[in-house]
Design a protein around this ligand. Sequence first.
Ligand code: ZN
Length: 65
Amino acid sequence: MQTKDAVKLRERWTKKGNPLCEHRNLEREFNSEVATGNYICTTCGESGLGNEWQKKQRSPEKSTL
Ligand SMILES: [Zn+2]
């Protein structure tokens, strides 16, 4: 996904009221032809470094299983 498309996604998501997103589908971010190393959530447009950033976002509450 292109960076500019991610920006549009993010704007749309914000207009919806910025609902909670689990970032289930990540895509590599490209700036023109160049991969930025970031991965974008195709749902809300948020991006982060690497393809597991969304896991780190989950609040580290007690995970007693
Ligand atoms: Zn998301």
